[in-house]
Design a protein around this ligand. Structure first.
Ligand code: HEC
Ligand code: HEC
Length: 301
């Protein structure tokens, strides 16, 4: 009698224990398929028709945009591609492809979809490439970037396959993280009319600084970094600002900046004088404007 009870209890326990891995697997499957579904369900915009120019001036314009917008920093100084595994461990392994080789293989519309819409050549959403930062690039500027990429010599480099880890998939599954096609869609349009004297500065700021300082430049909290509201520039003199852009040093020569120093040296040191003037003139208008703390994108990360 007693042994039968123990056997029954054992059997029930064993059955329950069996359920644990099964439930675990079912849950992992759900996370996997839902994250895949989200990456695949993107709606591309109308097919882009690039401005068909490949003269030296246009290609040079494209190189300048690529330099100041950070394509080299992530895709390699020879556009040869780069692997991110330790820096961005939440995605597990992001691989920025060899852009010169990519541009030889793909047409302008495919490149435009990746750059401005966050949609890759396979029709799926990108997850590490900051396309939202380029969503507002003009047709002319994105065409110039494409002309430059197509003209760039290919430097070969062996690259591993990218891997989207469970942490990233779980965040996508919970709706906690957005992929780049969602982010690019969420980017609000420019506020100023193109003829406004500050329009060039707004355009520069919102295709450059908005990668990290928030879509409206008013600050963003990332996973382990806080990017300040750019109204902090109120305290900067012209000289302070120029030193920040050229060398990545904060006001008064403070050298406690990290990511900001890297991007300044790699990107902003290449801005022209005119661009720096335009940028500062626009950024100086920020302190007088209200901040929408509830903006949907501010909570996305
Ligand atoms: C912060 C790093 C970063 C910056 C800056 C960046 N990229 Fe990328 N890019 C990536 C990564 C990583 C990928 C791989 C796809 C992914 O994981 O999102 C990628 C993918 C791409 C792709 C291929 C998309 C596909 O799979 O079909 C193109 C084209 C591209 N980038 C162009 C550019 C251009 C042009 C610039 C500059 C205007 C740029 N990228 C700036 C990181 C970056
Ligand atoms: C790739 C991300 C990134 C981009 C792009 C970026 N920043 Fe930053 N910035 C940061 C981070 C992160 C900090 C906080 C300090 C740090 O960790 O470097 C920062 C800090 C700053 C500060 C505060 C310095 C201080 O006094 O403490 C200013 C001002 C600033 N950025 C201006 C800009 C401007 C202007 C642009 C566009 C031209 C820009 N940033 C683009 C990441 C970025």
């Amino acid at each position: 009698m007693q042994t039968t009870t123990i056997t029954t209890i054992n059997k029930t326990l064993a059955a329950l224990l069996m359920l644990v891995p099964i439930a675990g697997l079912a849950f992992a499957g759900m996370v996997y398929f839902e994250s895949e579904r989200r990456l695949a369900s993107v709606v591309p915009g109308p097919d882009f028709v690039a401005i068909d120019r490949d003269d030296a001036g246009f290609v040079e314009r494209g190189r300048h945009i690529a330099r100041t917008r950070g394509c080299f920093g992530c895709h390699g100084q020879n556009l040869e591609g780069q692997v991110f595994d330790e820096e961005w461990d939440w995605v597990e392994r992001a691989v920025a492809p060899n852009l010169a080789a990519y541009a030889k293989r793909h047409d302008a519309a495919t490149i435009e979809a990746a750059v401005r819409q966050g949609i890759g050549h396979d029709g799926r959403a990108l997850w590490s490439m900051p396309s939202y930062n380029y969503a507002l690039l003009t047709d002319e500027d994105v065409s110039a970037v494409i002309a430059f990429l197509k003209s760039a010599p290919v430097v070969d480099k062996a690259l591993p396959k990218p891997r989207l880890g469970w942490q990233a998939r779980f965040r996508l599954f919970r709706g906690q993280a957005q992929h780049m096609a969602d982010w690019a869609d969420a980017m609000p349009p420019l506020i100023l009319d193109a003829r406004h004297p500050l329009a060039r500065g707004e355009y520069l700021a919102k295709t450059t600084c908005n990668e990290c300082h928030g879509f409206d430049l008013r600050g963003q909290v990332d996973i382990d970094l806080t990017m300040p509201d750019l109204a902090v520039l109120e305290a900067y003199t012209d000289e302070d600002f120029l030193r920040l852009m050229a060398k990545g040093e904060a006001m008064g020569g403070r050298d406690d900046l990290r990511l900001m120093t890297m991007v300044a040296r790699d990107r902003f040191a290449y801005f022209t004088e005119q661009e720096l003037d335009d940028l500062l003139a626009y950024l100086r208008t920020l302190p007088g404007q209200p901040v929408d703390y509830d903006a949907a994108w501010r909570k996305l990360r």
